[in-house]
Design a protein around this ligand. Structure first.
Ligand code: TRP
Length: 857
């Protein structure tokens, strides 16, 4: 309780102390004065803030004496024209009978010196009465209803913050920072310029249009630059455009830093540079840039400097010609030219700004002025200085037109406010504003709703206070005098649906350095079809290598990220751009197939010829002694063996698959069985010559047939079982070689296949073994050594065949198989019959029993 009491006492004491301090100050005195540039009284007062100077000298604030007034340097005729446009618009409106009849608009125009601090001062000054010294007591509503201003976003932010507590609307003609669209922070801010949100969209579209995927960004050190860069980076996400570097020109211009930036620009592979900056910092920067003699850069200018007359001089052309960028749309201000002509030192004798204008335009000071005494007096003969000729060029006003629209927006809103019908008003209880005491917030309501047309264009504000987003695409081309001209080469209409916003007349564009082609600015060249992108580690996505697609995969677009695999029956072509049907491979009647066919047919014919010879000479001893019946059997089965090879040539069908191995194995079994029979007979015949051995009895022709038949039967049984249980079938083999489809016969059952071969092998081995036993037996007709030899060849051929067969499927395997068949058949044919045919045909004298019995030796 006591603590509370003592607290209250302390508070009271403080309060009293303050009151006495207040009463001791007798009256308010102005701390500093700040005169408006232009001023006119009216029923409704609006303010204007323009950067009439582009530079200011900071008063030194060492706090040992009262700081002097702000010193602004560098008169800017361009923004002076904006100010005059505001004056013109107000005067025009005051003359009109249909807009605000019976009321007049008054204005106060201040200079912000293109600096936030001075802008702030101008805003405070504008809030006071018509003149700071005649400050009326604040009775009722403030005298000021709205302000046209400011130019740079940084200044507008400051001014808008000051105006907020008084709810005074601020209409900007040049502040495009997206940050100003925030209604929570800037509730009374309006603008007649599109937000940079749209500009960065437009720039992104432009970059995409020309395939510039590798760009640098340079910006000034202010809100405008910062937010524009931020917006651009956001917009560039997912577009495949990468930013090679981001550089900032410092607020306090620094030559060394500028040279560093220029170095980065000239060494980077990004040839396109987007610049969010304004004349202020760009003028010294571009001067340094030109000194370094860097060329070959495609500048993309932001709206703040794309139509700036500062850079139109011919010295800029070699470096800046071809620059492209989005500018504020132009409009028509009737009578602006004539109005500007009326402004001269004679008609405004006491206005220092007009004197300065004269100094800037003609380089002389008029006799009536007290300042600019370092300039010669005007004679009246001076011509307009080239660098400021743009002041008089009112053919395509852009920012001036924005100012004009802004003033009209206020006038139309006021007009609507005045013509509010009682009982239907927008304010509480349907009241209207009191015309003699209009509050700025009431005007704000009408501003938000206003919509009117001016030279064919509708002006209104959206909920964020922004206006309709549309830009002209401007290209810097060479004028007749070697200077730079701004040529309209397209437009961007943000209100159109996406994809149709940007219209470019490409043919009319002039590129830097008189190039006819669009400059290329990419980090890596795009990957052609057949390749895919492989990002480089630690580098932006735009920098990549192109790697060819693996075989079996393709990419058919340029710049594809991935190669896609071809479907099962397709394979990539050599370039990796197309999936083509896989090559179907089988042994057909191509060169190899034909040769094999011919060999097989020749073999078969040869065998038949031997058959014929034997048949013709069947009664000669050599035929008879060698068991003619078996010989005929062998020859017939050999013919079949040769013909068997033909089954392996051509596309495998279910029938040829069934037949291939079975036919071959059966004919070969038959053949070898016969040879086996023959060997047995030879063996038996010699053993039989020994007394008491009656083996020949057991090897009569019938027995021989039975042996042959049963040996072949075994193979027949195996084959039948094979065909019944799991027959061979044609097969598309895609696994072995991925790029081909190999058509072959799957054996169905490996066991059966190897049984069949094994059985032939077994027969051959038995035959070989027996023949080997009989080889030493005497007699010229002894065939045993021939049989041994033939079986050796046979076994060698088939043993050699096994690894070839097991290793790789494909048409060559089939060829090898055929080759084995043919080789072994020829082996048998030659070994067994060549010598006999030779004797029969060439040496018939040896074809005698004596000779054959070896008794003629
Ligand atoms: N659109 C720019 C802005 O909003 C234009 C601008 C005018 C500007 N004056 C400037 C940009 C000064 C930077 C500095 O700020």
């Amino acid at each position: 309780m006591q603590a509370l009491l003592s607290m209250t006492a302390l508070l009271l004491w403080h309060l009293l102390h303050h009151l006495s301090a207040l009463s001791s100050a007798s009256k308010c005195i102005l701390q500093n004065d700040f005169e408006p540039g232009f001023m006119a009284d009216g029923d409704f007062l609006i303010g204007g803030i323009f950067p009439l100077h582009y530079n200011q000298e900071m008063p030194d604030l060492n706090c040992t004496y009262k700081p002097g007034p702000v010193q602004c340097n560098g008169f800017d005729p361009r923004s002076f024209r904006w100010a005059l446009t505001m004056k013109l618009a107000v005067e025009e409106i005051n003359k009109r009978a249909d807009l605000l009849p019976n009321y007049t608009l008054g204005y106060k125009i201040f200079d912000s010196c293109a600096y936030p601090l001075t802008g702030q001062r101008a805003a405070v000054a504008v809030l006071n009465g018509p003149n700071e010294k005649e400050n009326p007591m604040c009775l009722g509503a403030g005298p000021l209803l709205a302000i046209i201003g400011e130019s740079g976003s940084a200044q507008s932010i400051v001014v808008s913050r000051i105006l907020q507590p008084f709810r005074i609307p601020l209409i900007s003609y040049f502040s495009s920072c997206a940050c100003l669209s925030n209604r929570r922070e800037y509730p009374t801010f309006f603008r007649v310029i599109p937000s940079d949100d749209y500009q960065v969209k437009a720039i992104t579209k432009l970059l995409m249009h020309f395939n510039w995927t590798w760009v640098g960004v340079v910006r000034g050190d202010h809100e405008y630059g910062r937010f524009a860069l931020q917006g651009l980076l956001k917009e560039l996400e997912d577009t495949g455009i990468c930013v090679a570097y981001q550089e900032m020109i410092p607020l306090l211009y620094d030559h060394k830093r500028a040279l560093e930036i220029i170095r980065v620009m000239s060494y980077s592979t990004a040839r396109v540079v987007v610049v969010f900056s304004a004349e202020g910092e760009l003028t010294p920067f571009l001067r340094d840039y030109m000194e370094q003699n860097v060329t070959g850069i495609q500048w993309i200018a932001s709206e703040a400097w794309v139509t700036s007359s500062v850079f139109t001089g011919s010295e800029y052309y070699p470096f800046l010609g071809g620059t492209i960028g989005f500018g504020i749309r132009q409009g028509q201000i009737p009578g602006l030219m004539e109005y500007l002509m009326t402004v001269n030192p004679e008609s405004y004798p006491s206005n220092t700004l007009v004197q300065e204008l004269w100094g800037a335009l003609y380089g002389c000071s008029s006799s009536t002025s007290g300042l600019n005494n370092h300039l010669p007096s005007c004679t009246g003969q001076e011509t307009l200085r080239e660098q400021h000729s743009a002041y008089m060029n009112t053919s395509s006003p852009r920012i001036s037109y924005n100012v004009y629209k802004g003033v009209y927006a206020i006038a139309h809103s006021l007009h609507n406010l005045i013509h509010c019908s009682h009982g239907k008003g927008p304010f509480s209880n349907f009241t209207c504003a009191n015309i003699h005491n209009v509050y700025p917030w009431q005007l704000q309501h009408y501003l938000q709703e206003v919509s009117f047309t001016i030279s064919g264009e509708t002006v209104n504000f959206d909920m964020k206070g922004d206006s309709i987003p549309s830009y002209d695409l401007i290209n810097w081309q060479r004028g007749s005098a070697g200077n730079i001209e701004f040529v309209n080469v397209g437009m961007f209409d943000g209100a159109k649906e996406s994809g149709q916003e940007l219209v470019i007349q490409e043919k009319t564009i002039m590129w830097p350095g008189h190039q006819t082609e669009v400059l290329v600015s990419v980090c890596s060249n795009s990957c052609s079809p057949g390749f895919r992108k492989a990002v480089r580690r630690g580098q932006p996505l735009c920098c990549f290598d192109c790697v060819p697609c693996d075989s079996g995969k393709i990419s058919n677009r340029t710049d594809s990220i991935d190669c896609m695999a071809c479907s099962e029956d397709y394979w990539s072509n050599a370039d990796g751009t197309l999936c083509i049907p896989k090559v179907v491979e089988f042994l057909t009647y191509d060169a190899m197939g034909l040769i094999l066919t011919i060999i097989a047919v020749v073999g078969a014919c040869l065998t038949l010829a031997v058959f014929a010879v034997f048949l013709y000479h069947r009664n000669t001893p050599i035929v008879r002694i060698n068991n003619s019946e078996l010989s005929f059997f062998i020859l017939l089965s050999l013919t079949l063996c040769f013909l068997c090879a033909l089954l392996f040539i051509g596309e495998p069908t279910s029938w040829s698959c069934l037949l291939r191995h079975t036919a071959f194995s059966i004919t070969f079994s038959l053949c070898i069985s016969c040879i086996l029979g023959k060997t047995l007979v030879v063996l038996a015949a010699f053993t039989a010559t020994r007394p008491g051995n009656n083996i020949m009895k057991w090897l009569g022709p019938t027995q021989q047939r039975i042996i042959i038949f049963s040996c072949t039967l075994v193979q027949l049984v195996i084959c039948t079982a094979w065909l019944v249980v799991s027959p061979p079938f044609p097969n598309r083999n895609t696994k072995y070689q991925q790029s081909k489809i190999i058509l072959d016969c799957s054996v169905g059952s490996d066991l059966a296949f190897w049984c069949v071969l094994g059985y032939i092998g077994l027969l051959a081995c038995v035959c070989f073994f027996l023949a080997f036993l009989a080889r030493k037996l005497p007699g010229n007709f002894n065939e045993a050594k021939y049989i041994t030899f033939s079986m050796l060849i046979f076994c060698a051929v088939w043993l050699a065949f096994i690894p070839a067969y097991v290793s790789s499927p494909g048409k060559f395997t089939t060829a090898v198989e055929i080759f084995a068949i043919l080789a072994s058949s020829f082996g048998l044919l030659l070994c067994l019959f060549a010598s006999k045919v030779y004797i029969i045909l060439v040496k018939p004298e040896k074809n005698t029993k004596q000779h054959l019995m070896g008794k003629d030796k």
